[in-house]
Design a protein around this ligand. Sequence first.
Ligand code: NAD
Length: 477
Amino acid sequence: MNFEYAPAPESRAIVDIKPSYGLFIDGEFVDGHGHSFKTVNPATEETLAEIAEADDADVDRAVKAARKAFRGWSRMPGKERAKYLFRIARIIQERSRELAVLESIDNGKPIKESRDVDVPIVAAHFFYHAGWADKLEHAGLGANPQPHGVAGQVIPWNFPLLMLAWKIAPALACGNTVVLKPAETTPLTALLFAEICQQADLPPGVVNIVTGAGGTGQALVSHPDVDKVAFTGSTDVGKAIARAIAGTDKKATLELGGKAANILFDDAPIDQAVEGIVSGIFFNQGHVCCAGSRLLLQESVADEVMAKLKRRMGTLRIGDPLDKNTDIGAINSAEQLARIRALAEIGEDEGAERWSPPCELPSSGFWFPPTVFTGVSQAHRIAREEIFGPVLSVLTFRTPAEAVEKANNTPYGLSAGVWTEKGSRILFMADRLKAGVVWANTFNKFDPASPFGGYKESGYGREGGRQGLASYLKAGA
Ligand code: NAD
């Protein structure tokens, strides 16, 4: 049964949201020249703030500021650059509650995730890369590796601050300067990060934040003075960016979509696996590129797993993102909600069986219940397309070879999960799964020392670890 919990809301008094925000260029907040836009709280539809839009001239100004700052920043000894990164990491820890609350308000994710997952990993990324800044000659890229120059970085809305950290920390450690564009629905933590750069006395122009939508992103990645493009987002936009920069000298990393298989064998510890299935697809409302959105169950245990999974789904709490008991928060935007609804309806039309536990959804804001589809075939669109929401598609298999075949039958290749008691089977599967990350008896675990990235339509390049540094450095002599 589902126990009634008294509400345990985190106070939002710690955040100070201004009525309007400018762009952060050359160490200062300045007006933008595009049409300003609003960012809303997806749990209530309340307007939070008016955000400046950077037009082409604003983007040019930000790139010029980054270029000007590059000279000093790239020549600064690594141990000096490290001090700034350590300082930023410590300020993130000191202001972690503020960052977590603001992230949950602007994104809709549960506070227990922004507080216990996003923000700690953000700080960890800055600490980890601070450690690299004076050791780059040991990165395996030659004795004297050099930064590329100005990095143009574009990120999505699902992990606004975490994606910022994945982009900015390695770029700065390696001596590059940055112009970053956050997603249009979640700009607030990037703008708070700009204040943290001021607080850390980061030299002006080393980090610039330009807000806006796709047009601003397009202006940034195609700016002729951007040397390195780093993009995280959808495969369609990733392809458009690859086309836009084709034939130029720009370096690029693209972290795109996924449709990961979470594969459960009959010898797996079923209760733990059910927890892994739940966190694999319902963590962050399923707005996770590496979400375990295709569950592959060995036929002999499928009924048992489905019964336990449904029972567990019935205990998930959906509602106020700032309530510390909440497991599933709000969908980030009306557009994303419409996309999830449309694909779920297609799943039913195609003949799969849809199930959600009884749950009451709040009357305002954007919400979707945790949902599972059984009777899914590989041809179904819900088995092939990224839904990017709390929707799980379940398929079955009989042999390990069939599991490999089905897991790899996707245009994506970002992540996979394997649940089994046998170490040899884990290695057998990991060898054959075409995915950048394979988790064994766990799911959705992230560490700054561990490279993350995809195959096929999930993109190219790696973020994190020594491999991630390679995208921000030219091999030296
Ligand atoms: P999106 O591609 O629509 O937008 C991502 C960012 O690109 C936003 O900042 C957007 O303003 C910008 N943008 C849009 N059009 C652009 C253009 N033509 N040129 C340059 N920039 C442009 O994606 P989204 O809906 O915000 O995010 C969801 C997608 O991101 C999912 O497909 C998800 O799998 C993917 N994602 C991937 C990873 C990863 O590491 N592989 C991580 C998180 C999210």
